[in-house]
Design a binder for this molecule. Structure first.
Ligand code: MG
Length: 458
């Protein structure tokens, strides 16, 4: 049986591996999965090919008797919130999230507003490869897709209602928002406006060529945003990915902080604000060990999970709730709002925390244990990536290892995670040590161990 889904949906280069023919067939498979008569909400980000994929996919859904509703351009978490709160049977989001501009993709959302579980992806793959084709009586082809223009507004209102907007307004905050030229532009600036926050926007014009920066928020891609935070004298900055389910935060001093840092602070704050929530949080193995070091003494339990937000969402749901779930890549789930990553919600929550607790974000970050992080990826095929994981296991066999996803090696004052990407042919390496020099030395050591075991890089 072939495979369609990666870590987070179906992805491919538009016009190459992601064609209208594929989208049509995938639409039929998704339609068969939801079933005849199901009400399914479809939305997309700004990417090239979005309209083409939506049309072909919609044709496939209609052919299976699905009632299609089009939400148009919007962030993934807005579509997810719409599916959950407006009573749809499911959703489809056309996006390639943080991938380079030439990519597009499809995420399938269950009736609860969370991406469908892995087992259900297999059902859709099965329908896809077997090539389902229901034939309906001719009258049942008479249905016309409906436009739902209220989804985005419903979502924005829910976020504004989740926080104390009067308190935030009184704090007079200034924020820089970098929307990556995609659908974050449609939500976050408006949320901030309604909260009385002065928002300076960067790359908040829609443009499928992503002229401002690559769709993945990184230290590199947020360089202009970070400088702007300092020039503007902002309280913080935020950078979204292509579908705005992620928010990477920048401190008032212009430091880009990874999602495990901001997630740790937001979890501490939310534990006080929403005291009814079970005192635990879920985070991927790609997060720093500082999460545990900081939150455990506060009586907040940290549950380590495999990488991939869907796994985190489903684990929180299975275990009956949590304060939060988050990943180092900037995906933060505010559970009282929805158990999915949400860039605009995260931004509003950050504003709420700073308005309520006073003090600068940079001071708060300095309370966390200090580690110097390096995140990098090396292009390689899956076979070599798997070899690399084994090589690292062997090289660091004397250390504590977590092997729920790739391998994470944990020392007293450092950690390394090596794992094959689920969305691209690359090996992801993340590591932290107490200083920049030690981190760089560690990266060289890891690369050497891989080369020695798997042969020189090709
Ligand atoms: Mg995303």
């Amino acid at each position: 049986m072939g495979k369609l889904f990666g870590t987070d949906g179906v992805r491919g280069v538009v016009g190459e591996s992601l064609t209208p023919e594929l989208a049509l067939r995938l639409g039929r498979a998704i339609g068969a999965y939801f079933g005849k008569g199901a009400r399914v909400l479809v939305g997309r980000d700004v990417r090239a090919g979005g309209a083409m994929i939506e049309c072909a996919l919609t044709a496939g859904l209609l052919a299976e008797g699905v009632r299609v509703y089009s939400a148009g351009l919007l962030p993934t978490p807005a579509l997810q919130y719409g599916v959950k709160s407006l009573g749809f049977d499911g959703g489809v989001m056309i996006t390639a999230s943080h991938n380079p501009p030439e990519y597009n993709g499809v995420k399938v959302i269950a009736a609860d507003g969370i991406e469908i579980p892995r087992e259900d992806e297999k059902i859709i793959e099965d329908y896809y490869f077997r090539g389902v084709s229901s034939s309906l009586p001719w009258r049942e082809y008479a249905y016309n897709p409906q436009v739902r223009a209220d989804v985005l507004e419903t979502y924005i209102n829910a976020i504004v209602d989740m926080v104390d907007s009067d308190l935030i307004r009184r704090a007079g905050l200034k924020v820089v928002v970098d929307c990556a030229n995609s659908v974050g532009s449609l939500a976050t600036p408006e949320v901030l406006r309604r909260l009385g926050v002065k928002a300076l926007t960067l790359n908040c014009n829609l443009n499928p060529e992503f002229p401002g920066r690559e769709p993945e928020p990184t230290v590199e891609s947020l360089r202009v945003a970070a400088e702007t935070v300092k020039i503007y004298g902002a309280d913080f900055g935020v950078g979204h990915d292509g579908d705005a389910d992620r928010a990477i935060v920048i401190t008032d001093e212009g430091e880009v902080i990874w999602g495990d840092r901001s997630g740790t602070l937001l979890t501490e704050f939310s534990a006080e604000e929403w005291r009814e929530l079970p005192r635990r949080t879920y985070t991927g193995v790609s997060s720093s060990i500082l999460v545990e070091q900081y939150l455990n003494p506060l009586g907040i339990k940290v549950v380590w999970t495999p990488v991939g937000s869907v796994v985190i969402s489903r684990m929180i749901q299975r275990d009956g709730g949590a304060i939060s779930g988050f990943e180092e890549n900037g995906g933060y789930m505010h559970v009282p709002h929805h158990i999915v990553r949400d860039g605009a919600m995260t931004t509003a929550l950050m504003a709420y925390m700073l308005a309520k607790e006073r003090g600068s974000l940079s001071e708060k970050v300095k309370k966390l244990p200090r580690y110097y992080p390096i995140k990098t990826k090396i292009p390689m095929n899956r076979e070599r990536a798997l070899c690399a994981v084994e090589a690292v296991k062997k090289y660091y066999s004397g250390y504590r290892q977590v092997t729920i996803d790739g391998v994470k090696v944990i020392g007293d004052d450092f950690w390394v995670l090596v794992r094959p990407s689920g969305t691209e042919p690359v090996l992801r390496i993340m590591l932290e040590a107490r200083s920049k020099e030690k981190a760089e030395k560690l990266l060289e050591e890891v690369k050497r161990a891989i080369d020695e075991s798997c042969g020189p890089r090709r």
